[in-house]
Write a protein that binds this ligand. Sequence first.
Ligand SMILES: Cc1cc2nc3c(=O)[nH]c(=O)nc-3n(C[C@H](O)[C@H](O)[C@H](O)COP(=O)(O)O)c2cc1C
Length: 143
Amino acid sequence: MFQLVYLSFASPKFNNQEDKGLQEILNVANPNNESIGVTGMLLYKGGVFMQLLEGNKNVVLNLFGRIGTDLRHEGIKILVKQEVEGRLFTDWTMGYRKIDNVEIEAISQILPWQEILQMTLNRECVSQEKIMEIFKKFRWELK
Ligand SMILES: Cc1cc2nc3c(=O)[nH]c(=O)nc-3n(C[C@H](O)[C@H](O)[C@H](O)COP(=O)(O)O)c2cc1C
């Protein structure tokens, strides 16, 4: 089992009615990910995406390659790439959370959201462990 997390920035091509733009992505992602056995979660806040993809390594890398060419986002940076024992998300295809202030608070207890952005922009290393903790936190909240 393989996990990949990336962070990216919505481009002007992303539907600026955010909810519509996100719905368009999820409408394609959910059936597609289910058919290729990929699970994970897409987080979105104010023009920033952070997505976890997990599944067979080649399948995940192949999907990420496709997502990477999507003109609706840019400045893509991989934050986590690792082999793992099992999935974090087993019950659904692509979980989704639009992050609001309450969630920012929750994330910031692990790693300040602003710091994640800053480190990404500065091409510094962000702790893989802490990034995964963020997704774990959302997983437990959703259950
Ligand atoms: C932020 C973001 C996340 C995406 N996540 C997925 C995903 O998890 N699964 C997926 O199939 N497509 C995802 N897409 C859409 C793909 O980039 C692509 O449009 C879609 O897979 C259809 O590809 P096709 O036109 O080559 O069939 C995402 C797009 C963006 C901008």
